[in-house]
Design a protein around this ligand. Structure first.
Ligand code: RIB
Ligand code: CA
Length: 309
C-alpha cells in the first residue's frame, strides 16, 4: 500500500486527542511529524499533551513546539471544554521521548521538502504554525499537496455567532492559509456538529477496559457536561473529521467554493466567508467545503479505531 504522508498540527485538546488516536490506527496514513500550537490550552500544555498522547498510542513520532500566541489577536483558550491542561484535567503518563527543540514551522518545511510535494497537512487548531511556515518559506506552498483543516463554518459559529474557535483564534493566520493557493479541505462546523458521539456512545467506549478507551471517556467528561448545558446532541468529534475525510472520503460530501476570512470586523471577526450560496462568486475557488457526513458510519469507524488499541 502506498501510504499517504501527513503532518498533524494541533492545539491538543480532547477532540484533537481522538483525532490523533484515530490517525495511529489508520494504516493508509504515514504520520511524519506533529506540531503543537496554543489554542485549547497554552502551548506548554498542548505540546506535552501531544507528546503524552503519542506515548499512550504507542506512536514514535516527533512532536515540535510551535506558536505560543496568535499573530495579532490575544490568545483565547477553552478551559470549560478542555480543562486547564487541555485534556480534561486527566493526568497522562509523561512521554519519555526527547523534547524536540526545532520549531514547528522549520520542521514542517523540512518534512515537506523531503516528501517532494506529496505531504498533506491535517490542521486542527488555530493556523498560526502553518501561516508562519508559509510566510517564512515562500516555496512551501508549492510543496504541500493539500491542507485538510478543522475550522470555520459556512453558516454559524461556536465562539461568536459568526466565527468558529480555530479561525477566531487566529483570523490573520487563517487568511494566509486560505490565500496561499494550496488546495484546502475545510471541515467546518457545518459537518463537525453532525459528527457527534452521544453520551451513551461515549459511555460504551469507556466500558472497554483499555488505557485508550478509559482516557477518551475520562478526558471528555468536561466537554460532555458543557455540551449538555448548551443542549448539544453529544460530543462533537470535530478534529477527527479531516482525518477520516482523508482516509474514508466516501463518508462525506461537500462542494468546491471560494473562502476568505474576516480579519477586521467587530461582529464578524474570524468568519469564514464562502460563496457557496451567493450569486456573486469569488474568483479563486480552491476550497472543498465539507457539509455532510454519514454519522452512523463515521461513529462506527471512530469506535473501531479506538477499540483497536
Ligand atoms: O471549534 C472546534 C475546534 O476548536 C476544535 O479543533 C477544538 O479542538 C477546538 O480547537
Ligand atoms: Ca483542536
Amino acid at each position: 500500500m502506498n501510504k499517504i504522508p501527513i503532518w498533524f498540527d494541533t492545539d491538543l485538546g480532547v477532540d484533537d486527542a481522538v483525532a490523533l488516536l484515530s490517525i495511529g490506527k489508520l494504516p493508509q496514513l504515514e504520520l511524519l511529524g506533529i506540531s503543537a500550537v496554543a489554542g485549547n490550552a497554552e502551548l506548554h500544555h498542548t505540546f506535552e499533551n501531544a507528546r503524552n498522547v503519542c506515548r499512550l498510542a504507542g506512536l514514535n513520532v516527533p512532536v515540535y513546539p510551535g506558536a505560543e500566541y496568535p499573530l495579532f489577536v490575544p490568545l483565547r483558550t477553552a478551559p470549560l471544554v478542555h480543562g486547564e491542561n487541555g485534556v480534561g484535567e486527566v493526568e497522562l503518563s509523561p512521554s519519555e521521548a526527547p523534547r524536540e527543540t526545532t520549531l514547528a514551522w522549520d520542521a514542517l518545511y523540512k518534512a515537506a521538502k523531503a516528501a517532494r510535494g506529496e505531504l498533506q497537512v491535517i490542521a486542527v487548531g488555530p493556523l498560526t504554525n502553518l501561516a508562519t511556515a508559509l510566510g517564512k518559506y515562500p516555496d512551501l506552498k508549492t510543496l504541500l499537496k493539500r491542507i485538510l483543516l478543522m475550522g470555520g463554518a459556512a453558516q454559524g459559529g461556536n465562539v461568536t455567532p459568526a466565527a468558529e474557535f480555530n479561525i477566531y483564534g487566529d483570523p490573520h493566520a487563517a487568511q494566509m492559509v486560505f490565500k496561499s493557493g494550496v488546495p484546502v479541505v475545510m471541515c467546518g462546523l457545518d459537518v463537525t456538529l453532525k459528527a457527534y458521539l452521544t453520551p451513551e456512545e461515549v459511555d460504551e467506549i469507556g466500558s472497554h477496559d483499555t488505557p485508550v478507551c478509559r482516557f477518551v471517556h475520562q478526558s471528555n467528561q468536561l466537554a460532555l457536561a458543557f455540551n449538555e448545558r448548551i443542549s448539544a446532541p453529544g460530543l462533537c468529534c470535530h478534529d477527527t473529521c479531516p482525518v477520516l475525510f482523508l482516509a474514508c472520503p466516501e463518508l462525506f460530501s461537500g462542494e468546491e467554493a471560494g473562502v476568505y476570512v474576516e480579519t477586521r470586523g467587530e461582529v464578524t471577526l474570524g468568519k469564514t466567508v464562502t460563496d457557496l450560496w451567493s450569486d456573486k462568486q469569488f474568483a479563486d475557488r480552491h476550497v472543498f467545503v465539507v457539509l455532510n457526513v454519514d454519522r452512523e458510519k463515521f461513529i462506527a469507524k471512530v469506535r473501531e479505531l479506538l477499540l483497536s488499541y
